[in-house]
Each structure stands twice: as C-alpha cells, then as structure tokens.
Design a protein around this ligand. Structure first.
Ligand code: SF4
Length: 348
C-alpha cells in the first residue's frame, strides 16, 4: 500500500500518475463513492468558482494537507468525482476555474517543497521531461516543445523572455514552479469534460443541484442594480473595445457580440439602449437583435452571463491584463471605486 508521503503527494497533485495509481490500487469505483468524497468534490467545485484573496487560497490548500491517510485518500478520490460533476454541469467556464484552482494549488505546494526530486518528478508525472540544469545559475532545464505546452499568461514567462539554448529552456526554481503550475492547468483543463457513461444517477442529481446553486449565487453576486446607472467609463477594456467597434459600424464576430450583449444585460443597460448599440453593425436586424437580447435577459433574470477572462482570452477578445478573472468583476471594482471616491469628496 501507499505511504503517507505518497498519499500526500497524490492529494497535492491529483492529476499526477501517482494519484491515478492510488485510485487504481485502492479499488476506486464510481458506484461505491463514500458520501464524504462526494461532499469534498462539491466543496472543491464551489471553492473553485469564486476568486479568493491569496490568504484564503493558502488557508484552503494548507488545511487540505492536515490529516490521516483516510482523509488524504478522500482528497485524491474527490478529484475525479469533481470532474464528473463538472462534466455533467457542462459549463466550460467552470472547467477553467477548476483548472485555475489546481494551477494555484500546484504552485503553492511546489513553492514550499524542499525536495528537488519532487519538482522534477512531478514534471515527469505530467509527461514532461525535465532535468537538473546543466547550466550554472539555473534550477532545471526542459525541452522547448514541453515548455510550449504550458500556456503562459504572464509576459515574463513567455518564450521571448526565456533562456533558450539549442532547443532547451533553462529555468530558475521559481519559474520552474510556474511552468509546472501552468502545465497542471493545461492538463486539468484539457481532461474536461470526462465521459459520463455509466455515471451513477446520484451524481447527475448532485450536479444539477450544484449548477442551480452556483447560478443563483452568480445572479446575486452580479446584481449590479445597486451600483447605480450604467457607466461606460467603468467598462473593462475588452468590452469597451467591442462596444466602440459596434458603434463605429465594424463587423464584430459572434463571441464578441454575444459577450457584449450579456455584459450589457448584466450591468443593467435597458434593452432599447443595447439594441441601439447594435444598430451600426452590418446586417443589423432590429427584430432579431431585440429577440436575442430579451432572451439573454431572460425577462429580468439574466439567463446567460459573459465569459470569464480565461474564456475571453481563448476567443481572442481579451485586450489587457487586468487584475481580475471576470470582466464583470472589473466593472464592479471600477464602479465601487468611483462610489467610494464620490462619498469621500462629499464628506470633505
Ligand atoms: S483581463 Fe479580463 S477584463 Fe481585462 S480585458 Fe481581458 S478579458 Fe477583459
């Protein structure tokens, strides 16, 4: 059986080959998943769906490592169960956030790791060949092709800023941890959705309830009415760009139009004004546009919401590197900042 250190490794990095071995050798079966595993899987999904402060992430990750072998095994088993629940929910933005949680978790644990072999071993467990650096002043080296599998968002990690020599990238310790963290994001994201064949009925029921619960929470979080009138100056750069392109009569692609419409609905812009914004678009049809906007608005209960920043990047609609994970979060922060400034100047 597995030692406590192996179980700890598997629970820290549940996408690893060790974790898969733990599941296999412990006879993990979907139709005999204990209630506490299902509960942990739900907790993981719920926690992943909301951005947190750094200290909250750290607390969440640290607490997961305290406990007996049984608790660690519960963690390992919760990962594939969470993936099944997410797949049944079938909301791609949930996949991104789930992958983001594990990228953060990977970076957190690796930064604390004192054993060099653990870092290099994890790379190999994710099918990426990493070796101790043959160059002085670096921690590890990876083949360029492996390095490119990690889709870096930070400019300082992009290829142009790396030490490249004959098809090999040389990384310092911190950048190597970042590389593994981004690789884990890619591995988790690309493993979703999973097949739902032979999934027990109670999983489907739990995922339906969870989906409703998260949709309700999102509606509450994004209740922008309390933020006052719509303010174009508070638009995130991506939405400001699409909005001005439409007003200028440029042809905006479907994801761009859909995301702008869902964004405008979410921040409380009246339907007539949204329809007006689309008037300059080539092939504008007022009846069709109004129908689509009303459908998005869902008669006062917004049925759709704009994509997360991660998804916007995939659509190539992201135009800046804002410190948020969702365009609506940017708008809310701007509006709340403006409100605080107004209140301060009124009291002066
Ligand atoms: S980071 Fe997010 S909010 Fe900022 S431009 Fe990109 S998608 Fe929009």
């Amino acid at each position: 059986m597995f030692s406590i250190d192996e179980l700890r490794f598997a629970s820290k990095f549940p996408f690893s080959a060790t974790s898969r071995q733990v599941l296999k050798l412990n006879g993990f079966e979907l139709n005999r998943v204990p209630a506490q595993v299902l509960k942990k899987a739900v907790l993981l999904i719920v926690f992943a769906q909301k951005p947190h402060k750094k200290a909250e992430y750290e607390k969440f990750f640290s607490e997961r490592q305290i406990g007996s072998s049984d608790l660690l095994l519960t963690d390992v088993q919760a990962f594939p169960v969470a993936k099944i629940l997410l797949s049944a929910m079938n909301q791609p933005e949930f996949f991104d956030r789930f992958a983001d949680l594990f990228a953060r978790q990977t970076f957190f644990y690796l930064s604390l790791e004192s054993n060099k072999e653990t870092l290099l071993g994890l790379a190999n467990e994710m099918n990426s060949k990493a070796h101790p650096s043959s160059k002085q002043g670096f921690f590890a080296q990876v083949a360029l092709t492996d390095f490119l599998e990690a889709n870096f968002r930070e400019d300082f990690m992009k290829l142009v800023n790396q030490q490249l020599d004959s098809g090999t990238i040389f990384l310092n310790r911190n950048d190597f941890c970042r590389f593994l963290s981004e690789l884990s994001r890619e591995r988790v994201a690309s493993s979703l959705p999973v097949s739902l064949e032979n999934v027990p009925k109670n999983f489907v029921d739990v995922s339906r309830q969870l989906k409703e619960q998260l949709a309700f929470r999102k509606r509450q979080e994004f209740d922008f009415k309390s933020l006052g009138s719509v303010d174009q100056d508070a638009f995130p750069p991506c939405m400001a760009k699409i909005y001005s392109e439409l007003l200028a009569g440029q042809n905006v692609n479907h994801p761009g139009r859909f995301n702008l419409a869902t964004f405008l609905v979410a921040i409380g812009m009246p339907t007539d004004q949204i329809v007006d914004a689309f008037k300059g678009a080539p092939n504008f049809d007022e009846k069709v546009t109004r129908y689509q906007v009303e459908r998005i608005a869902g008669h006062g209960k917004a049925k759709y919401s704009p994509s997360s920043c991660a998804k916007m990047r995939e659509y190539e609609l992201c135009v800046a590197n804002c410190p948020v994970t969702h365009p609506l979060q940017f708008y809310r922060n701007q509006k709340q900042g403006a409100k605080t400034a107004d209140a301060q100047s009124a009291s002066e």
